[in-house]
Design a protein around this ligand. Structure first.
Ligand SMILES: CC(C)(COP(=O)(O)OP(=O)(O)OC[C@H]1O[C@@H](n2cnc3c(N)ncnc32)[C@H](O)[C@@H]1OP(=O)(O)O)[C@@H](O)C(=O)NCCC(=O)NCCS
Length: 174
């Protein structure tokens, strides 16, 4: 039995809407993983701590911790996933968060679900395509603009890939 199977036997993971009390955790997480707020999505600066979202809570013997989050913004029938992350990968947390936000987007009458990611994030690019999202645009050198506001963004990203370009992925819902 794998470690992740064992963890699943001992812990339960539940999703719930993000609450005011989650904001300190979310801000710390964003500072660590996303270069802090705001999160820049093309020309738009989002503050995930102020956006609607869901968190994943892992509960087990003597332990209760936040292990995932998704934040989104709905405008003109388009749902933008601004952040989505899982602290314990390959246990279904990312999929559950993605499914939740897709359900909300459909319920709100959105025509599409979309997001921006960087080209080094091979795991996320695969993850989203397997969940029905298509690559619809490539933004070469997009990170140069991001670094004007966030100079601390590293030059080398995940998988030792230079952190240069962004991709837009979208899923048509209608
Ligand atoms: C991309 C990301 C959100 C995926 O989250 P995750 O929690 O690993 O996602 P899941 O566990 O739901 O799914 C990942 C894979 O594990 C598999 N999996 C799920 N539960 C499993 C289990 N119990 N045992 C084995 N595999 C399992 C899923 O089937 C999935 O495989 P697939 O994509 O081939 O279908 C995560 O890697 C992440 O947070 N990355 C950093 C932040 C980021 O890049 N966000 C995206 C940019 S917006």
């Amino acid at each position: 039995m794998s470690t992740s199977d064992l963890k699943q036997l001992l812990y339960t993971i539940n999703l719930r809407p993000k609450m005011e009390t989650d904001i300190p955790w979310l801000r710390a997480h964003l500072a660590e993983e996303w270069g802090g707020e705001p999160v820049l999505v093309r020309k738009h600066a989002y503050f995930p701590s102020e956006l609607p979202g869901f968190v994943a809570v892992m509960e087990g013997p003597g332990r209760k911790e936040l292990v995932g989050e998704v934040t989104y913004s709905i405008e003109k029938h388009v749902c933008e996933i601004v952040t989505l992350s899982s602290l314990h990968e390959q246990m279904g947390i990312g999929s559950a968060l993605f499914n939740y936000v897709e359900t909300i987007a459909r319920a709100e009458g959105c025509r599409r679900l979309q997001l921006i990611t960087t080209t080094d994030n091979l795991n996320a690019i695969g993850f989203y395509q397997k969940r029905g999202m298509r690559i619809v645009a490539v933004y070469p050198d997009a990170l140069e603009d991001v670094r004007k506001q966030k100079p601390h963004i590293p030059r080398i990203g995940m998988n030792d890939i230079p952190l240069l370009d962004e991709l837009r992925l979208e899923k048509r819902l209608a």
